[in-house]
Structures are given as C-alpha cells and as structure tokens.
Ligand binder design. Sequence first.
Ligand code: ATP
Ligand code: MG
Ligand code: MG
Ligand code: MG
Length: 561
Amino acid sequence: MVQRMSRMLLKTLRDAPADAETASHKLLVRAGYVRRSTAGVWTWLPLGKRVLENVTRVVREEMNAIGGQEVLLPALLPREPYEATGRADEYGDLLFRLKDRKGADYVLGPTHEEIFTHVVKDQATSYKDLPVILYQIQTKYRDEARPRSGVLRGREFQMKDSYSFDVDDDGLAEAYRLHREAYVKIFNRLGFDYRIVSAVSGAMGGSASEEFLAPAAAGEDTFVDCPACDYAANTEAVTVVVPPAGGTGHGPAEELDTPDTPTIETLAAHLGVPASATLKNLLVKVDGEITAVGVPGDREVDLGKLAEHLAPATVELVTAEDFEGRPDLVRGYIGPQHGRTFRYLADPRIAPGTAWITGANKPGRHARNVVCGRDFEVDQYLDVVVVEPGDPCPRCGAGLEIGRAIEIGHIFQLGRKYTDAFELDVLGKEGKPVRVTMGSYGIGISRAVAALAEQTADDQGLCWPREVAPADVHVVAAGKAAQTDLALDVAGKLEAAGVRVLVDDRAGVSPGVKFTDAELIGVPTILVVGRRAAEGIVELKDRRTGEREEVTVETALARLS
Ligand code: ATP
Ligand code: MG
Ligand code: MG
Ligand code: MG
C-alpha cells in the first residue's frame, strides 16, 4: 500500500527537542521517526518502525545465512543466574531489578549469556547436538547512567544477540569467523562506514574480541587507528605503549595534589573528569601470567585481599619490566565518555611495582568472577598519562590517529566462563563429558538506525541509504488537485512495480513545507509533481547529490521501476 502522508501518524517539527545533543536525536525526532517516552525509552512511529524493520531484516537474513537459528527468550528473567556468574554485581546499577508479588528477585535482561547457557544445557546432551548458533532480536534493558543521545543509547533498546556453542576451540573459532563475515555483510549492506577494531588487549590472553565501530563525532567510544598498518583498537582495550617515565614505570606521583592516599575523587579532580568515571579492570600477574581483574564502579583495589581471594595462585603487581619487549600489552585506560586514555601507576608502598588499569572488561583465566567490593577491597591509584594522537603504533611504530566512534557490533569468544559457571557439558566422542565452549555476538539494532543517521545526514536532514530507507521514492504533490491525482497515480504504478513509495498528498500544506519535509525525511529519490504536471512532466531529485532533472512521467516510471 502506498503510504499517504495525509493519512499517516506523522508530524514533522521545525525545532529539535531542547535536550537533543546529537544529529540523529534531533533529526529522528524532527522528521517524526521516534518520540521520547521517558528518559532513554523511545516510541517508534510509522516511519521509524520501517527503518528499524529494514535493519532487522538485513540482520536476520545474514544470521540465517550462517545457520543461525532464531529463538525468542524472555526479557523478564530471574536474577539468580546473573548472581551465579557475578554479573549482577558487575553490572551494578546498570541492571534493572524488580520483585514479583511474592518477593522473588527478577531482572530485565541486559544481555542473555546466562539464559542461553541454560537453554542449551536443557536441550543438548551429546556432541552430536553441537555446534549450534542461536540468536534473537529482542528488547534489552540497561539503566544507562547518561541516556542522552537519543536512541543511540537507550535504557530500553533492540539488540540482535547470538550465542555459539561448540565442543572445542576450533569450533568456537569457526563460529566466530562466521559471525565476523556475517557482520561485514550486514554493515556493508546497511551502508555503514565502519572499522573492525580489537576490543580486548593482548594482555587478556587467548580470548578474541572485536568491535565494529562506526566513526562519528557523536560516538562515545574512542579508537586508535594506525594510518600505516591495519592496527586499530578500541581504547577501552588500548595497546598503546607509552615509554615508562623514568624507566621504572613509576610516574610522577607528586603531580597529584594529594601526595597521600589519593581517593577516586582526588584522582578524578587530577584528571579533570567527574568522579563517576568508571574504572574497569586491574592488570596483575596471576601465577606469572598477566591477567585483568574486573573492577566495576568507582572502587579502589586492595591487592592483599585480591591475593587472598585468588589463593593458592600467586598474585604480583605488574612491573615495568613485564612490558619490555611486549608492545602488545595494555598501558592505558579510557574513561568512558571522556575520550582520554589514562595510565594508572602503582601503590607507592610496593614501588617500583606497577599496577595497570585497563578497560577490557573480561576477567582472565584465574580471576574468574572476581568482583571488587565483594571479594576484595580496593586500595589506591596514582598517576595518569593521556594517550595522544601520534603515540607509536604497537605493531609498526607509526604515529597513531585517534577518533570517535559508535559501537554498532561486538563479537566475542567467551570460552568457558558461562559453561563453567553452569557446568554445561555434553557427552564427547570418547564417551566422556566435554565442557562446552561459547561465543557471544551483539548488534545494536536500534542504535544502528541512529548511527546510520549520524553518518549520512546532511544540513537538510536525514539521508538514508536505500536498503534501510522507509521508502524508495518520496512523491511530492505540489498542491493543486490535478497534481495530487497524478501523484497518486504515479505512486500507485510504482508500488505495483514493487517500488516502496511515500506520497505527500497533504492538502493545505504549502509546496515549500512539503519540499523541506521531503529533504528532512530523507528518502533517496524525490519525485515532484508540480507546475508541469499538465504536460505529463515531473521532476526527479536525488536526495543525496541534490541533482534534479525534469522527465516525462513515463521516463520516471521506467527509471524507478
Ligand atoms: P557501549 O560500549 O556503547 O555501552 P556495550 O559494549 O556495553 O556498548 P555490548 O554489551 O557489547 O554493548 O552489547 C552489544 C551491542 O548492543 C553493542 O555493540 C551496541 O551496538 C548495542 N548497545 C549496547 N548498549 C546499548 C544501549 N544502551 N542502547 C542501544 N544499543 C546498545
Ligand atoms: Mg555499555
Ligand atoms: Mg562497549
Ligand atoms: Mg561491547
């Protein structure tokens, strides 16, 4: 059916909402795609829903193409599995928590690793039941601290999440490869400009993780990009090497205002960032292996308690020597939202040892489920260094570039973190139980809509790639009744030929307003039925280039069908 603007629930706005900071937020609201329901929660109006559906369709097609099986799990979940893996603590306030009438604890799912592990444990008993890739396209809930960028960062949002289950590491590597290829196809089809970057540093050991980042000024991620080789990484997993100050890795502690026991507040003041900046991980050596330990929230790390918790493994501070000849190791940390990389040096009582904070949020092999504040207390941090553009690439030494981007996808070889937690085994070929290994893979579906808007919009408004546009052709009936008749006739013929059409047949709206709205709405081709309608001549306009041409109705139909 031709979408007639005269009958659609669609009201464009001249002004953007006062609190809108990003182009996508302003334009998606102004063009009538979405409306804010409450902070970080959005209503998708008819045009917006079409775009969301288009993104969903592309993702679904490519997931099916790699053998993904679509399922739908609940969003309302018991809290217990998230307690069992330590993620209820890790997520902290990000997790929406609720109770039922009997007082039982629930959460609204932020992501579903735990629950999928249960589903597979329930269904798969033998190696013959694996490998399997399961996915869903579903509403997720995260009580984000600053849901300010419109649908880019919702508290309720749409995600495609998939999970692979394999009996061995080769299987996991293959599932990961399949997902990576599918994501490349998806983001190419959607018309994204994107980079694939490492999301976990070399210091994290075996597990592989990459993010798909869409460069955009509105992005909240910062990534380093090497102009000379193919190295690119999210600074959350920074592998930038800054030569240790004074050769010991021990920085100028005196730069801090408070020489004794700096707290997160003094540190934050020193950095010029809010005290709410989140420090994620601590790098230590566990049994000689450099390992990251999760440190959620604004806490301080007591290494003694950490060592106690990890016993009988030995825990040592990472020293400057550990970084020698290891350009792959993490040296920095980016505070989310702040776009700066910080290097945290050691507790002076243990100097010249150096404890490093990284942002890679994945506990290492020994350090599974270690949660600061629950399992150990935190002590103190000291010095900070900001990674600057021009710092040496860890792979080739060329000067790095630093850019802002939106995380649109994330693929991750989890390994056995969750299958260990829930003892997910299947009977192996040799008749013995085998612990299953797992991957998880996300795409922000609703975020993709906003991220595309960020990358493609221009001064006039939205400007969609055809694959996701709410229509192929926007037919504008300039005003007179005869023009409207011809416009509806052309629109009907185009629809019959399989072209998706939006027709502006509104009465009593000036041609000027209609043209402005067509630019704002951003359908790729605009067909104007205007002053030469009586001669059977219409105007074709390319939304992106602005090129326009007068053609006969027949030519227009032939070209667009
Ligand atoms: P971010 O770093 O932006 O907070 P994340 O790393 O927490 O994202 P993941 O847990 O990796 O997100 O989730 C998978 C995907 O879901 C992300 O790559 C992103 O595209 C999307 N996503 C995550 N949080 C949100 C949100 N609050 N609103 C919309 N999409 C989101
Ligand atoms: Mg997040
Ligand atoms: Mg992220
Ligand atoms: Mg992520």
